[in-house]
Ligand binder design. Structure first.
Ligand SMILES: Cc1ncc(C[n+]2csc(CCOP(=O)(O)OP(=O)(O)O)c2C)c(N)n1
Ligand SMILES: [Mg+2]
Length: 1024
């Protein structure tokens, strides 16, 4: 790309361009002149073909280089290598085909039996005595120019393609014609138009012809690159891929379609148009974000699905925004129209949940594709209003589906993402999602993107909503080809859709179809667009709908009759009417009809309140512990870092001593689930080693690149697969991806780890819009685990807080409601909550809570605040005794020391959560207050352990109650726990706060202030 630009820059100054003429006028000989053109072509061929240089240099791939050399030579012959000098001299002098090149003088003797080319001169080209006399310099010049022209069209033709169906603006926001596409730039005149030029190998415009008259060259280039399709691909850094695309657009006749396909296009367009018209008629004042102005989207998606199924795809996961969503559900997914229409009626919901507006809901359908006669599964993933946020979720879901099907190359499962023009270029998550496209553990092996480019975002014009020429420029970062296409030319749209599907199937890379269209109505149906886009909308009002234009065209071509067109319209209208009548009989809406990820078989036959045990046989703990602490089986050849050897030795000693630290506890949770056939996936920044260098799930051979060993993958011969993967430096994208991954299969433990907890706020949209509220809105469950390293340790405002207060604030746990106490108290709470928030203080509890995710008969997201200094804290270890059979996750860890032995004498109970426990305990012991002060740990903060808090408080009837936390008063769990303590204690006792004062920032930047604050908090909490 860079080189091409340089070359073109150099070519342009050779001749100042004289005006704004395009090649186009040259391309269309006056009517009746075709025969003349062909006659002259034959004549010219005969005349010009002979001197056309057939040097190997002049093939397309090297033409830019030749141009560069030639220009340099023109400026100064000494500036190029002597061989080039000789070549250009020869060609300027009229050397014959294949003869212009003479090797540079060699010091070595000429091999025997070879003859210098110059010696052949008298026999070449009609007996001229000298090579320097008979090839006109202009011939070389013009051939190079023709090559430059071809290349310019390939690179820049899209800038002048007729993409806007309204014909008022340029899709690249630039009205200028690139000078490379001006005929004057290359010194050609009308009289040159019938000269025949040899075509380079980098073009396919010739079909079987190897040479064409210039007029025809330009004509064909215009047709390929400047009609209703604009192709951006020359930035792709693969010659093979560039050639593949050239072939798909340049080959003569490649766009031709048969009448059957035309009729199919028309029928599909009729349905798409009819659907919106029907809704508009029945619910004229309802928001539906209709597709009017881009109805072609529906045939386009169907074409992609047809082609992809033909190429082997069996399942497509889709993500899309509001625009045209109902139409997609109805006409692409074939969701029963009755179900869609009931969403417009104000009906009671038949199942749990708060639901969502109709243009956000997902769906899942398995059906026969009538065109290819193959079965296909289509899922549209439910999404929030937040544009593009669903993109990574779709990718994660797709990846998971590929994984479970063993579809390692994405041949059976693919993703399709739809975008609005303003959102595609405006939202950073688009970029973050693109960057997952080629990562080994995140790729979905090519996504087909479709942009509904209606050239407006709500009320904002593109020139005010983006700085890039096209709204699709973000896709260039992954070398995705981009096909811009005019929505009013259905056949062009179908062509690019076919090419997009073939591209994905061939190269397994992303591709973009940018449908340049318009929005016939306002942003929604009750919005007035004339307030802000008066001229555009005046034009729109005078623009015939795409369906009418296409129907007229097919009627004039004799492909269909007006009666047939009407018949198809009426039939679809009748279908809608019947569905409407049926929908009116419905009394309830069912959210479950809109589920995008059904887990067939998971819930059936399960006791919804029965949790499987999480404790393990000691043998299992020992086995996993030992494997995790051992080098690879080929240890002799696999050189491990010394430091790691020490770590593994220490791990082995822990196993022998029946204890675990944080990393070992985690490994045992993961390993035991793997043993039980549960796939485990841990993803996030630097998770393989662990941000704090504590995990080491991937050992690296110290002398061999890419030679690694993952102990958890080799625990048992029949275990489930373990994936641990360092992610790109993205939270929004990667957390969204893992959420999507967790949606596919409930029998998997999917964990995302933030580098530090506070970084989760760059993924806030996934947390707010999907994780905390996904089940309520979309009846969709997820057992995703978020690991957020948390704790104030003097590291400054960032790197300290996982912002637990935010998660707690979004928890649906009622502060004033103490659920009935029973055996099932804990599981019922979990069943009813939107997510679980916990801050474990021991490895054993961490082990149990991870395992509990799978032991539950339903799925809930788990938000874990995880430690940093505790990873190596000598006391933050757990005995096997707390992990063996019969043990379980402790929602609250009561005081276990002397105070518990004589509770009546206890003066104070300090409740806390997480790492601060160790600071409090140490300080209390130093102050010799072990008989006076009890310390209890709330491990599961939400849902709040009302029952256990009540019990622990009741145990110490004479004690005052304190909540101690290291976070500032307006942060941390305090505001969450305070009212719940009151409820737990039925307002009979008060609990007071001990800790840092309120603050704007999560933590101080000063180490000294940090220590002073910590000291103060310990003093306050333990004061009697
Ligand atoms: C992240 C986000 N910010 C703002 C909005 C509000 N909003 C809804 S639609 C819209 C315009 C979208 O324009 P475009 O992406 O071009 O899609 P179109 O509506 O034109 O199809 C905006 C700003 C939103 N939904 N999501
Ligand atoms: Mg738009």
């Amino acid at each position: 790309m860079h080189r091409a630009r340089t070359v073109l820059k150099q070519i342009v100054p050779l001749k100042p361009h004289l005006g704004l003429e395009r090649f186009a006028p040259w391309c269309y000989p006056a009517e009746g002149a075709v025969a003349v053109l062909w006659k002259s072509q034959i004549h010219q061929k005969r005349h010009y073909n002979a001197p056309v240089a057939t040097e190997p240099f002049l093939n397309g791939s090297s033409s830019a280089y030749v141009e560069e050399m030639y220009n340099a030579w023109l400026r100064d012959p000494k500036s190029v290598h002597v061989s080039w000098d000789s070549f250009f001299r020869s060609t300027s002098a009229g050397a014959a085909p294949g003869q212009a090149y003479s090797p540079p003088p060699s010091l070595a003797q000429a091999p025997r039996n070879t003859v210098p080319i110059s010696a052949l001169a008298p026999f070449i080209g009609g007996g001229h005595a000298s090579l320097t006399s008979h090839v006109d310099e202009k011939v070389i010049d013009d051939h190079l120019a023709v090559q430059a022209i071809i290349r310019s069209y390939q690179i820049r033709g899209h800038h002048i393609a007729e993409l806007d169906p309204l014909g008022i603006s340029s899709a690249d926001l630039d009205e200028k014609h690139p000078p490379e596409l001006l005929y004057t730039t290359y010194k050609f005149e009308e009289k040159d138009m019938d000269r025949v030029f040899k075509l380079p190998s980098t073009t396919f415009i010739g079909g079987k012809d190897k040479a064409l008259p210039l007029r025809e060259i330009l004509n064909r280039l215009e047709n390929a690159y400047c009609r209703h399709i604009g192709v951006e691909f020359m930035f792709i850094n693969s010659l093979e891929q560039c050639n593949w695309i050239r072939q798909k657009f340049e080959t003569p006749g490649i766009m031709e379609v048969d009448n059957e396909q035309k009729r199919l296009n028309l029928a599909r367009l009729t349905r798409a148009t009819g659907f919106e018209a029907f809704l508009a008629r029945k619910w004229s004042s309802e928001k539906r974000f209709g597709l009017e102005g881009c109805e072609i989207l529906i045939p386009a998606m169907k074409q992609i699905i047809d082609k992809s199924t033909e190429l082997g795809v069996e399942s497509i996961v889709m993500g899309m925004p509001h625009r045209g969503r109902l139409n997609v559900l109805a006409n692409v997914c074939r969701k029963p129209l009755e179900q869609i229409f009931t969403q417009f009626a104000a009906l009671e919901a038949a199942d749990d949940g708060s639901g969502d507006v109709k243009y956000h809901l997902g769906t899942y359908i398995e059906r026969l594709n009538r065109v290819t006669n193959k079965n296909i599964r289509l899922a549209v993933v439910a999404n929030p209003s937040h544009l593009e946020a669903v993109d990574p979720v779709v990718q994660g879901k797709t990846r998971a589906e590929q994984f479970y099907r063993g579809d390692g190359e994405g041949k059976k499962v693919m993703s399709m993402l739809l975008h609005g023009d303003a959102a595609f270029c405006g939202q950073g998550i688009v970029y973050e999602t693109f960057h997952l496209a080629d990562l080994p553990d995140y790729t979905t092996h090519g996504t087909i993107h479709i942009v509904v480019n209606n050239q407006i975002g709500f009320t904002t014009d593109p020139r005010h909503s983006r700085s890039s020429p096209y709204c699709t420029d973000v896709a260039r970062v992954v070398n995705a080809p981009i096909f811009h296409v005019n929505s009013d030319d259905p056949e062009s749209v179908m062509h690019v859709c076919n090419v997009a599907a073939e591209w994905r199937s061939t190269f397994h890379k992303d591709v973009v179809v940018d449908i340049v269209c318009y929005r016939r109505n306002g942003h929604n149906e009750i919005d007035e667009p004339m307030f802000t886009q008066p001229l555009m909308y005046r034009k729109i009002r005078n623009t015939k709908p795409g369906l009418d234009k296409y129907a007229d065209r097919l009627i004039s071509e004799g492909v269909v009759t007006p009666e047939e067109v009407k018949d198809v319209r009426d039939k679809y209208d009748k279908i809608c009417e019947e569905a409407y009548t049926n929908a009116r009989k419905e009394t309830h809406i069912k959210y479950k009809d809109w589920l995008d990820s059904p887990w067939s078989g998971f819930f059936e036959g399960k006791d919804p309140l029965k949790v499987s045990p999480t404790g393990l046989k000691e043998d299992t703990l020992v086995h996993i512990g030992k494997r995790f602490s051992s080098p690879p089986p080929n240890a002799a050849e696999f050189v491990i870092h010394r430091g790691l050897e020490r770590i593994m030795k220490a791990r082995m000693e822990m196993v022998e001593n029946r204890t675990v630290d944080w990393a070992l506890g985690e490994a045992m949770a993961f390993g035991s689930l793997l043993k039980e056939g549960i796939h485990v996936r841990l993803s996030g920044q630097d998770v393989e080693r662990g941000t704090f260098s504590h995990r080491h799930h991937v050992l690296h051979h110290q002398n061999v690149d890419k030679a690694t060993y993952r102990p958890l993958c080799f625990l048992y011969p029949d275990q489930a697969p373990y994936t641990v993967c360092n992610s790109s430096l993205s939270e929004f994208g990667v957390l969204g991806f893992e959420l999507g991954y967790s949606m596919t299969n409930p029998n998997a433990l999917v964990c995302w780890e933030a580098q530090f907890g506070d970084f989760n706020n760059t993924a806030q949209c996934i947390i707010d819009q999907f994780i905390s509220s996904g089940q309520a809105k979309w009846v969709r469950q997820s057992g995703l685990v978020m690991l957020n390293p948390h704790g104030l340790e003097g590291m400054g405002p960032e790197h300290s807080s996982g912002r637990v207060e935010r998660f707690l604030q979004m928890s649906s746990d009622d502060p004033d409601y103490f659920p009935p106490e029973s055996e099932e108290f804990a599981v019922r709470q979990l069943h009813d909550i939107n997510w679980i928030v916990a801050n474990c203080s021991t490895p054993a509890n961490y082990f149990h809570i991870l395992r509990r995710q799978i032991a539950l008969p339903f799925r809930k997201p788990l938000i874990l605040l995880t430690p940093k200094s505790l990873l190596r804290h000598p006391e933050a270890k757990s005995s096997f005794d707390l992990m063996v059979e019969g043990t379980e996750f402790l929602r609250l860890i009561p005081e276990e020391g002397p105070a518990a032995g004589n509770p009546d004498a206890v003066k104070k109970v300090v409740f806390c959560s997480g790492k601060v426990f160790y600071d409090l305990k140490k300080s209390r012991d130093e102050k010799k207050l072990t008989n006076d002060i009890a310390i209890a740990r709330v491990e599961q903060i939400s849902p709040f352990p009302f029952d256990l808090v009540k019990k622990e408080c009741a145990k110490y009837p004479n004690a005052s109650l304190v909540w101690a936390q290291e976070e500032h008063k307006n942060q941390g769990p305090w505001t969450y726990v305070q009212p719940r303590f009151s409820t737990a204690l039925n307002d009979t006792r008060d609990i007071v706060y001990a800790g840092r004062p309120t603050a704007a920032s999560p933590a101080t930047g000063s180490k000294m202030t940090h220590l002073r604050e910590l000291n103060q908090l310990l003093e306050d909490a333990l004061a009697l």
